[in-house]
Design a protein around this ligand. Structure first.
Ligand code: GRF
Length: 213
């Protein structure tokens, strides 16, 4: 069984979808810890409700980013975490953590990368006027939302969409593809070659990920 460590700063609805997919048996995994930088994160309530360990680690208690992220890496390693899940973790991860978990950190981004990286991907897409947007699960590298792409899902975008209306449509897909990407990893179906992720799954599976628009 795959041991996960989740990092989240906010509401944690993606965190919740992972919990739900473990409980339903879709995912053969366990969550050994929720780490947050925000003592008020709603994700903490979700973790406690499900009896999961929570560790709050604040940046201001450390001298610099490498020290902060190397402390987080230590917390993950000591709990036997094999795959790190960034579920709305609002800090750019430092290489002090990335190097210890190379190609073992997954992030979800609310746009079709490489379009609209960084903050507010939903607003960027709505303001730009694209007709299709979506979400991306990728491995984390040293860049800003630049790591190898694992799974994407598309949604339509309309001229009168706002950050919130488009964001809600995207979030529904986030809750589907993040657990799916973790499942592929847990079954040993992902390998990274350069910046490409080779997915060892039936091509027909892509319909599960990209439902008809
Ligand atoms: C999501 O939109 C995700 O794509 C982004 O942060 C948000 C987290 O939402 N990385 P939640 O906390 O999972 O509800």
């Amino acid at each position: 069984m795959l041991t996960l460590g989740v990092l989240a700063s906010g509401s944690g609805s993606n965190f919740q979808s992972i919990i739900d997919n473990i409980n339903s048996g879709f995912l053969d995994a366990q969550i050994s810890v929720l780490i947050t930088d925000n003592p008020d994160a709603y994700a903490i309530k979700r973790a406690k409700k499900h009896g999961l360990d929570v560790v709050v680690i604040k940046m201001k208690d450390f001298t610099d980013r490498p020290a902060y992220f190397s402390h987080i890496a230590g917390e993950l390693e000591k709990r036997g975490v094999e795959l790190v899940i960034l579920a709305g973790f609002m800090k750019v991860v430092d290489k002090a953590l990335i190097e210890r978990y190379r190609n073992r950190i997954m992030n979800i981004h609310p746009a079709l990368l490489p379009s609209f990286p960084g903050l507010h991907g939903q607003k960027q897409a709505a303001d730009y006027g694209v007709k299709i947007s979506g979400c991306t699960v990728h491995f984390v590298d040293e860049g800003m939302d630049t790591g190898p792409i694992i799974v994407q899902a598309a949604v339509p975008a309309y001229h009168d969409d706002t950050e919130d209306s488009l964001g809600a449509r995207i979030l529904k897909q986030e809750h589907r593809i993040f657990p799916y990407a973790i499942k592929l990893y847990s079954e040993g179906k992902l390998s990274v070659e350069g910046r490409k992720v080779i997915v060892d799954a039936d091509r027909e599976d892509s319909i599960l990920i990209n439902p008809p628009l």
